[in-house]
Design a protein around this ligand. Structure first.
Ligand code: ABU
Length: 386
């Protein structure tokens, strides 16, 4: 590829030759892991976020403490004042990222209050474009739209189409995994979730609210370490979805399925967050059943300290473990919460510089820094770390 360039077989797709011009490597999209130096990132938007209808899949993915909130407000916007605060926090986060030398891109503003009907289901609102990590994932020069499982997220891709077209025109490979129809067959309407014990038992049995009727996955259930991709079967990612991605990626990649002691798995990045080559922050409440494999790899697993967020602060769509849902700017710098002092200390001990922002109100929509972003371009090449 010339002059020590890091273009790999996959990223060479991005080279365009125009007659009469010297060919320039054009790599608008390039990311292989969670820690190479970050050059460009998509940051989500709280604007217009709506409370989803209280359907089976929403019930299975949310804390029972908020079920009355969903019953009352499902199909209407999240509280205005809260969203305003979240917007200010996310703007500040974008400024901090720019200050750290990262190009920040945003999805389009969309009116999520419109109801919609497909031949298979209807929904009173769309959810939001707050969490690009759930819908977009990058493998080399390929950016992929994930086939997410919530009905309120069916049309979420519309917020990203301007960006995706731009990346495509600049040479990226753009893929949309087959969208699930989301008819009743995708959900187990008899899924019994009245208690935490139920959830533990069902997760242990490998039973989740989504069935295996058709492939579905949220991109945030995958975490990348070069040629090795780790994934969990969760409430929103099924085995067919995992297999679809495995076959799509082909023999250049190894897709490893992990399991955790977790009563309600949804998104791996507040459970097992790979923050460096062979370095993982692990959630002590959700131990990984495959730790021996990582010991064999010689990886270092660091237990995250307990989060400190008060019980009064609403987290409508997540646990408090968003404290470990951090975004690496490179191997030595991490974007993390200003208010989570124990994890700041943990990073200091690891010799990682913290870049701190407070996104407590933005957290209420279900994500930390990793969820609120999709890294579009990191300086690096496809490697194996095991
Ligand atoms: N969307 C990430 C939420 C993960 C968690 O609560 O643990």
């Amino acid at each position: 590829t010339g002059s020590g360039s890091v273009l790999t077989a996959r990223t060479q797709h991005a080279k365009r030759v125009v007659p009469g011009e010297i060919p320039q490597p054009s790599i608008p999209v390039n990311s292989h892991n969670e820690w190479d130096p970050l050059e460009e990132v998509i940051v989500g938007r709280p604007d217009g976020a709506c409370v989803p209808q209280f359907t089976t899949e929403v019930k299975a993915n949310t804390n029972e403490k908020y079920w009355d909130f969903y019953k009352k407000y499902g199909g209407t916007p999240f509280p205005d004042k809260h969203i305003e605060k979240a917007k200010q926090e996310v703007e500040e986060m974008c400024n901090v990222l720019r200050h750290e030398g990262v190009i920040v891109r945003r999805p389009d503003v969309i009116n999520w209050e419109k109801d919609y009907k497909t031949p298979d289901f209807s929904s009173p609102v769309g959810l939001y474009s707050a969490m690009p990590r759930d819908i977009l994932i990058v493998f080399g020069n390929e950016i992929m739209e994930a086939p997410m499982a919530w009905r309120s997220r069916f049309f979420e891709y519309r917020a990203y189409r301007s960006l995706l077209k731009e990346y495509f025109k600049a040479g990226a490979k753009w893929t949309a995994a087959p969208k699930p129809l989301m008819g009743d067959e995708l959900y187990d309407n008899t899924y019994p979730i009245e208690s935490i014990e139920d959830r533990h038992r069902l997760a242990k049995e490998g039973r989740f609210v989504t069935t295996e009727f058709e492939p579905c996955f949220d991109a945030a259930d995958f975490i990348r370490a070069g040629r090795d991709i780790f994934v969990q079967r969760s409430q929103v990612t099924n085995h067919l979805g995992i297999e679809w991605l495995r076959r799509h990626l082909g023999p250049e990649y190894r897709v490893h399925e992990l399991t955790f002691h977790d009563p309600n798995p949804m998104h791996i990045d507040a459970t097992f967050n790979i923050i460096g080559p062979g370095l993982v922050i692990a959630n002590p409440d959700r131990p990984c059943n495959q730790l021996k494999m990582f010991e064999k790899f010689g990886w270092k697993i660091v237990q995250a300290p307990k989060p400190t967020l008060s019980d009064d602060h609403p987290l409508w769509m997540s646990s408090k473990w968003l404290s470990m849902n951090v975004l690496m700017l490179d191997e030595d710098r991490v974007l993390c919460s200003k208010v989570e002092k124990p994890i700041i200390k943990m990073f200091e001990k690891l010799g990682i510089k913290t870049v701190q922002v407070d996104i407590t109100h933005a957290n209420s929509l279900g994500g930390g820094f990793h969820c609120w972003t999709t890294d579009v371009r990191r300086r690096g090449e496809l490697q194996s770390y095991i």
